[in-house]
Ligand binder design. Structure first.
Ligand code: HEM
Length: 265
């Protein structure tokens, strides 16, 4: 998988700016390919993408931050979404029906996304329950300010717990349940205007990769679901899937998801 990308990372040609931007495309291709081939003997989605990110020596215009910020977050979302859909068979059936109706025999592409509201709702619901950056990135108060009767002193480090906000029973009905339906016929979005749902942050430091993630995450998920049936190894009952979380820079599954794909006829 990685082999075809090797010639472009040759140090002799790496100083050219156009080669740097090629690297960007290459890495993102590697990430997408990694995600789509996860199989019974394979590693988890996350480790494949991280390996791809570590593998590519980035120089010049393409900044490493883009890759560290863009890989684990995206793969973690796809991994959690697949886990939730395996566990919640009714939701899986609904996404599949939507894909069959809208995409038919073709490959999922950007132009299909507006016709796939249930798929989009599944992505949102995954980001609510399992935000890849559970505390965003640390922020700093430029000036003293009052928030809900608390004084935030100038220069204080501010950590926003979006993980907890996403599970707040004052905001969400059945907060621990995976219910994509809550986002249907709702204007609630992750673009930083709805403070109860901020998986990408908000304001000037909102994730700059949001427009890209909003396309590739649902498209990867659509490809996985549309072309394969998925099951757990050793005939594990999907309702028993271990959904324990591991808090790190990104919110990971404590037990990385391993699934067996079967090509759909
Ligand atoms: C589901 C996918 C993603 C999620 C949930 C996500 C989430 C976030 C969050 C929460 C932040 C911090 C915002 C804050 O502190 O206010 C962030 C920052 C960032 N993200 Fe993303 N991200 C995703 C995908 C991507 C992608 C695909 C890229 C690039 C290709 C990317 C690039 C970045 C960068 C460079 C920053 C740092 C921005 C700064 O320092 O101002 N992200 N992301």
């Amino acid at each position: 998988m990685i082999q075809p990308h090797l010639p472009r990372t040759n140090p002799a040609v790496r100083s050219s700016p156009s080669v740097s931007s090629n690297n960007l495309i290459n890495v993102l291709n590697v990430v997408n390919v990694s995600v789509s081939i996860v199989g019974p003997a394979g590693r988890g989605l996350r480790s494949a993408a991280s390996a791809a990110a570590r593998f590519m020596p980035i120089q010049g215009g393409a900044k490493p931050e883009l890759f560290t910020a863009g890989t684990d977050t995206s793969t973690s979302t796809v991994e959690w979404a697949m886990a939730e859909l395996l566990k919640n068979a009714k939701s899986m059936t609904k996404v599949r029906q939507e894909l069959v109706t809208e995409i038919k025999q073709s490959f999922p592409k950007n132009s299909h996304l507006p016709q796939l509201p249930y798929l989009q709702a599944c992505v949102k619901e995954t980001l609510r329950l399992h935000p890849p950056a559970p505390f965003l990135l640390p922020h700093r108060a430029f000036a003293s300010c009052e928030v809900m009767n608390y004084t935030i002193p100038k220069d204080a480090q501010v950590i926003v717990n979006v993980w907890a906000i996403g599970k707040d029973p004052m905001i969400w009905e059945d907060p621990l349940q995976f219910k994509p339906e809550r986002f249907l016929n709702s204007t609630l979005d992750y673009k930083g205007n709805d403070y109860e749902f901020l998986p990408f942050g908000a304001g000037r430091r909102i994730c700059p990769g949001l427009p890209m993630a909003a396309k590739h995450v649902p498209l990867v998920l659509a490809s996985l679901i549309h072309f394969f049936d998925w099951s757990l190894p050793d005939e594990i009952d999907p309702t028993e899937l271990d959904m324990s979380e591991k808090f790190g820079v990104t919110l990971e599954m404590e037990q990385p998801l391993l699934l067996i794909p079967k090509v759909r006829k």
